[in-house]
Write a protein that binds this ligand. Structure first.
Ligand SMILES: [Zn+2]
Length: 172
């Protein structure tokens, strides 16, 4: 059960305007939203109407993907432990997931293969699946709970000694 019940007063406005309607219909037609709804049904999760024509899926139970939340079409899945973050007013995490929903609308069936390839490249070059992944960067690394800056999450080199001053790395 989620720790915070959803309410009409929490989160972004429910309607979302014409752009949200267009995104919803594109993601229905490219079958990403139906796939998300099927996953929600198969995992026995409760669905709720979300802001900007999304469907929220509470209490995702499987261990993969290892994320607080993820999106399939217009369907935003999140774990019970992330319910408070998703239902927070103007939730950054939900904004991040809705941007992924727009990416599905732009790329349709090519989104997931492109996303996984970008994650693998990011892991190879930056040491983690997000910081050099353009899909995550465009969705907002901070909003998604990532630390911006390539290679700053899991460096293969020695961790800096706490007594040594760190060099500042400018973000672009
Ligand atoms: Zn993301």
């Amino acid at each position: 059960m989620p720790s915070v019940p959803p309410s009409a007063s929490s989160g972004p406005p429910l309607s979302g305007g014409p752009a949200a309607s267009l995104r919803r219909w594109i993601n229905v037609l490219n079958l990403s939203t139906p796939a998300g709804l099927m996953l929600a049904r198969l995992t026995g999760c409760r669905t709720l109407p979300g802001p900007q024509k999304t469907t929220l899926v509470e209490g995702y139970p499987l261990s993969l993907p290892r994320a607080a939340a993820f999106t399939v079409g217009n369907v935003v899945f999140y774990r019970s432990s992330s319910a408070r973050r998703i239902h927070a007013p103007d939730s950054p995490l939900l904004r991040h997931e809705i941007r992924h929903s727009s990416q599905y609308a732009l790329l349709g069936p090519f989104f997931l293969p492109a996303y996984f390839a970008a994650s693998a490249l990011s892991r190879a070059f930056a040491g983690d699946p997000a910081s050099a992944n353009p899909f995550e960067r465009l969705a907002g690394l901070r909003d998604g709970g990532y630390h911006p800056g390539p290679g700053r999450q899991r460096r293969r080199t020695r961790a800096p000694r706490p007594d040594r001053p760190r060099r500042l790395i400018r973000s672009r």
